[in-house]
Design a protein around this ligand. Structure first.
Ligand SMILES: Nc1ncnc2c1ncn2[C@@H]1O[C@H](COP(=O)(O)OP(=O)(O)OP(=O)(O)O)[C@@H](O)[C@H]1O
Ligand SMILES: [Mg+2]
Length: 138
């Protein structure tokens, strides 16, 4: 282990949204990681963080930086996802009008996380919450 970090994410708090993922990005800049890999990590973590803000009540982001990879678990308490296969489709979104007015809800977050990670494990229990594990190799 090189470094571990933990952040709280508040559902509905769009003013603080993106803080955790940008802190991780800042930390990773101290390491010798290519800008391409850094960008993939930043995109995946930002989308994961925004999904907690937009769709859940609250969550935590647990970051584990190893010599060859970063592994991040985002776990939330919220409505959960009924059909993960559907949620993974480009353009599928249940975002509220309020969330759409903030510029979110294109249904591109999860497909973007998939594209920008080397491993993505998504599991969810309706009415309980969602767990997303993202791994990106350096
Ligand atoms: N943490 C979560 N809790 C509950 N539902 C979620 C969560 N993450 C995703 N979802 C569900 O999966 C759908 C698709 O998520 P995705 O991130 O791809 O799109 P979006 O968040 O709706 O829009 P965008 O990410 O483009 O702003 C969401 O609309 C929501 O129904
Ligand atoms: Mg999203």
């Amino acid at each position: 282990m090189i470094m571990m970090m933990r952040y709280n994410i508040e559902g509905g708090d769009f003013s603080a949204a993106g803080r955790a993922s940008s802190e991780v990005k800042k930390t990773l800049k101290q390491f010798n990681i290519s800008s391409l890999v850094l960008r993939r990590i930043a995109v995946a973590l930002y989308e994961a963080e925004m999904n907690v803000v937009a769709h859940a009540w609250k969550g935590i982001m647990n970051v584990d930086i190893q010599p060859q990879r970063i592994s991040v678990v985002i776990e939330d308490e919220g409505p959960g996802i009924e059909d993960i296969g559907k949620a993974m489709e480009e353009g599928f979104s249940t975002a509220s009008d309020e969330v759409r007015q903030m510029g979110f809800g294109a249904g591109m977050g999860l497909p973007n996380i998939k594209r920008n990670s080397d491993e993505m494990i998504l599991s969810s229990t309706p009415n309980v919450g969602t767990r997303l594990e993202i791994t990106v190799n350096f």
